[in-house]
Design a binder for this molecule. Structure first.
Ligand code: GLC
Length: 533
């Protein structure tokens, strides 16, 4: 039985401001992405997700849209967007755009009109109240903001310049669905859906209850002593997932991947209850704070397999535009990064990689008070070490620095005098060109892992089963399809391990010391093997 393409694909996530600058203004753009499509194809990725490049005042760098049907000039034009879709398809890949359905920019003409009076035609396109309730925004602090023009408060799930749309108004829903259709007609293969689980709020605006939880976590936005019970995950949002699925399917098999900050059972509910008739995929963010042990991944994958058993498919993601880069969590240890991605590309799931993760781009520590990202400015009152201790990335600039292509000026990202964010100084050795020449680099390891994945359907879409009983810190699992079986062995320990099992022959070695003979597999420290059985 074959599964739909969106369940066996692999996603490369581009932050367009930082990927490639084609016109020398220090900001990445759509033509820059087009220039680098061959690179992404050669890496082996089958789908690309780009963060938003629609018209926007860029106060949250594109996640504050002022016209969903136009492109912001620093990124290009509508023709560039169409060309991007076409060029991606020419290379046999797919492209996913980023839809921000929850809110618009405060500068969107709809909001300007809505704010102007209580009686204008768009008066209830946003969420207005005479008196705020107790809800906190996802970024901390009261999410209600006063507009003197109307003498009322508008609700923002995120920042004060990102007013939430009122999805209970049929025209809003219709308009947003038509925007999705607009891009589907242009040929996009699907959407990543920004903060999808906050779209509907409690119809009665009941106060959120108290909790002792101090800070929000990737799998639970409750924090600042408030449980986000009524400001997200409402029954209507699960319904919306199904409705949106139908809209996208008017155009055939289309991918939808939700950004859902919630516990795993809720994440799964957005994909559907019995059937996968909601979003085709949903991010599970607990793993963004992964621990590098076999025990952690045994538990994580086990639980994910319980929740996302077929016909559902999980997504494996270790870095994104908002949270620490994966290699930073690994103490910048390339050996560990190789093993992490071997797991990511061989486990049952859709892997999603953030630009630069394939070369081991790391966080660049930057001060809060000069940040371009608006979030850290809310937190300049507190000493930095507190956030570091809590393992929270407040300044998202740190994970959005320009892509490191080579050793030239600005790492080959731009010819500008100054790039929008500084280039990480480690570009001298962490860059695509140098790593391409080094057989043992992270980049070449990623390429060979992706090649193995793409050539073996048992890895892309086969069944999954753990192989237990191995020494501590060794993780093993089996992937099978149509009579073909692969045994995947991963050693999360720095010391070498011998593992006893029956197999046919080794077909993939993560390091040159990984070896298998007779009934023994020898795994190097942080080594990995794939064996046939
Ligand atoms: C999502 C995006 C983030 C953005 C926010 C508001 O969390 O990933 O970058 O700031 O939504 O749209």
């Amino acid at each position: 039985m074959s599964i739909p393409w969106y369940h066996k694909t692999s996603i490369y996530h581009i932050y367009p401001r930082s990927f490639m600058d084609s016109n020398g203004d220090g900001i990445g753009d759509i033509q820059g992405i087009i220039q680098k499509l061959d690179y992404i194809r050669d890496l082996g990725f089958e789908a690309i997700w780009s963060s938003p490049f629609f018209s926007s005042p860029q106060a949250d760098f594109g996640y504050d849209v002022s016209d969903y049907r136009k492109i912001s000039p620093e990124f290009g034009t509508l023709d560039d967007a169409s060309q991007l879709i076409e060029e991606v398809h020419k290379r046999g890949m797919r492209i996913i755009f980023d839809l921000v359905l929850n809110h618009t920019s405060i500068e969107h003409p709809w909001f300007i009109e809505s704010r102007s009076s209580k009686t204008n035609p768009k008066a209830d396109w946003y969420i207005w109240r005479d008196k705020p309730n107790n809800w906190n925004s996802m970024t901390g602090g009261n999410g209600w903001h006063y507009a003197k023009e109307r003498g009322q408060y508008y609700w923002c799930s995120f920042l004060s310049f990102q007013p939430d749309l009122n999805w209970r108004k049929p025209e809003v829903k219709q308009t947003m669905f038509d925007i999705a259709r607009f891009w589907l007609q242009k040929g996009v293969d699907g959407f990543r859906l920004d903060i999808f689980n906050t779209i509907y709020k409690d119809a009665e605006f009941r106060n959120n209850p108290f909790t002792f939880k101090l800070a929000p976590t990737p799998d639970d936005p409750s924090g600042y002593f408030q449980k986000a019970q009524y400001s997200q995950d409402q029954p209507e949002s699960f319904e919306l997932a199904k409705e949106l699925r139908q809209v996208t399917e008017e155009y055939g098999e289309r991918l939808t991947v939700g950004e859902i900050t919630a516990k795993r059972n809720i994440v799964r509910k957005f994909a559907g209850e019995e059937k996968n008739d909601g979003l085709t995929l949903a991010f599970d963010f607990e793993m963004l704070e992964f621990k590098f042990t076999a025990e952690y991944f045994r538990k994580l994958i086990g639980d994910i397999e319980t929740h996302f058993h077929p016909p559902f498919m999980p997504v494996y993601v270790f870095s994104n535009l908002d949270k620490r880069r994966s290699i930073h969590r690994l103490g910048d240890d390339v050996r560990k990064a190789k093993l992490l991605h071997m797991l990511q590309f061989t486990v049952r799931g859709v892997p999603c990689m953030y630009y630069g993760e394939e070369i081991g781009m790391s966080n660049l520590k930057l001060p809060f008070n000069t940040a371009l990202d608006p979030i850290p400015h809310k937190y300049t009152f507190a000493p930095r070490f507190i956030f570091d201790m809590l393992d929270i990335t407040v300044n998202r600039d740190e994970v959005r620095t320009p892509m490191q292509w080579n050793t030239e000026k600005n790492a080959g990202f731009s010819t500008a005098e100054k790039t929008w964010l500084p280039v990480h100084p480690n570009y001298i050795h962490v860059n695509v060109e140098s790593e391409s020449k080094d057989e043992d680099s992270l980049l070449n390891t990623i390429k060979s892992l992706m090649k193995f994945r793409n050539e073996n359907s048992a890895i892309k879409e086969g069944s999954f089963e753990f192989i237990d009983g191995f020494p501590a810190n060794v993780l093993g699992f089996k992937r099978s399809l149509n009579g073909q079986t692969f045994l995947v062995l991963l050693n999360f320990d720095e010391t070498a391990k011998d593992v006893h099992l029956k197999f046919e022959k080794p077909v993939f070695r993560l390091t040159v010391q990984d070896e298998a003979q007779g009934e023994t597999a020898h795994l190097n420290g942080f080594g990995g093997l794939i064996l046939t059985a």
